[in-house]
Design a protein around this ligand. Structure first.
Ligand SMILES: O=P(O)(O)OC[C@H]1O[C@](O)(CO)[C@@H](O)[C@@H]1O
Length: 333
């Protein structure tokens, strides 16, 4: 691929540098909420390219020191703040092994931006509270990078379809807020009283379930949680299902939907519908999003709308979301 793509300039600049010698292997590395976007990014790469990839927590990556990591590797890292020490150490470790590195961060001049060969900026409403257009989010930028890698390694260029889909994403999110509002108003009072809420998903949606469980329910609401893969559900977790147990099930529209459908059937067989909050991509108006990317973009809609649900739960519990933490960023660990 030699022609310029319509991607964001930071993405295009990283891709230009990779064009002469595309990587033979990709590692997706981050921590916490930033790690959660690596699941759908790897899913997208696996869908479209034969290039092998793996996904690691930052500290695990450095400690495990994969033997395959070397000059032909590309390590894609993400840290919203650009300061998470495990992610920075992973970037430095990758470079010490001769790998090429790309860091996604809200501040390209942040420590992560500086520690990587290429920095890709994105926007996040998370700490600023200022709403963004989802086409400028971390998901949007990493998807551009992934589809750029697909073009480099497979010769298939879907950049226009991706960019037009990303442009249609925010309106789809806004419509979903309206569509889900009555369900959220109904579920919030019950879920605010729960001590445990599990989140279930698979495929492109697993990352959204993971970040909602560990970053929102546990970190920001101190509600016990676990992200359960929709098929792993049948390999242990389903034993806890009863009429009182609370679940959030994300039903996406990627190729793994049958896994989520099966979990849905079981949950409704032994659980109570009033304690199973199902967000179903089939009920969403995805106008303008190319069918090829609908499964990849549905998780953003789930996460954005669930974030609003979390604030409703937080209000009822009188437990502040971001200010309620007792350890994170409050002491050294
Ligand atoms: O590396 P980042 O994206 O700045 O993450 C910092 C922190 O933010 C979270 O993603 C959410 O608070 C945590 O999981 C993580 O420790």
């Amino acid at each position: 691929m030699t022609q310029a793509t319509p991607f964001h300039p930071d993405v295009e600049s990283a891709l230009s540098a990779l064009r002469a010698t595309p990587p033979a292997r990709v590692y997706f590395v981050a921590c916490g909420g930033s790690l959660s976007i690596m699941y759908p990014a790897k899913f997208l790469l696996d869908q479209h390219a034969a290039i092998p990839s793996d996904l690691f927590n930052g500290a695990e990556f450095t400690a495990r020191a994969p033997k395959g990591l070397g000059k032909d590797s590309l390590v894609i890292l993400c840290s919203m703040t650009g300061t998470t020490k495990e992610t920075l150490a992973a970037a430095e470790f990758a470079r010490s092994r001769g790998a090429r590195t790309v860091g996604l961060t809200t501040e390209t001049g942040s420590p992560l931006g500086k520690a990587c060969d290429h920095a890709i900026g994105f926007e996040a409403p998370y700490t600023t509270g200022v709403p963004i257009d989802a086409k400028n989010s971390n998901y949007a930028r990493i998807y551009q990078l992934v589809m750029g890698l697909v073009a480099l390694t497979e010769g298939t260029d879907y950049s226009q379809a991706l960019m037009s889909s990303l442009a249609a994403l925010q309106p789809a999110i806004d419509r979903a807020h309206t569509a889900f509002a009555p369900r959220f108003a109904d579920f919030a009072p019950r879920f605010a009283k729960q001590e445990v809420i599990y989140t279930v998903a698979s495929g492109a949606s697993f990352g959204a379930a993971y970040s909602f469980a560990i970053c929102v329910l546990m970190e920001m609401q101190w509600i016990n949680s676990q992200a359960i893969h929709a098929n792993e559900f049948f390999h242990g977790p389903f034993e806890v299902v009863d009429k009182d147990r609370a679940f959030i099930l994300l039903k996406g529209c990627d190729s793994t939907r049958p896994l989520e459908d099966r979990a849905d059937t079981f949950l409704h067989r032994f659980g109570a519908a009033e304690n199973i909050l199902v967000l179903d991509a089939a009920s969403l108006d995805l106008t303008g999003i190319d069918p090829m990317f609908q499964g990849n973009l549905a998780p953003l809609i789930f996460f954005d709308t669930l974030w609003r649900f979390a604030y409703q739960v937080a209000d009822l519990r009188q437990h502040e979301m971001l200010e309620g933490r007792r350890y994170m960023k409050k002491l050294s660990y």
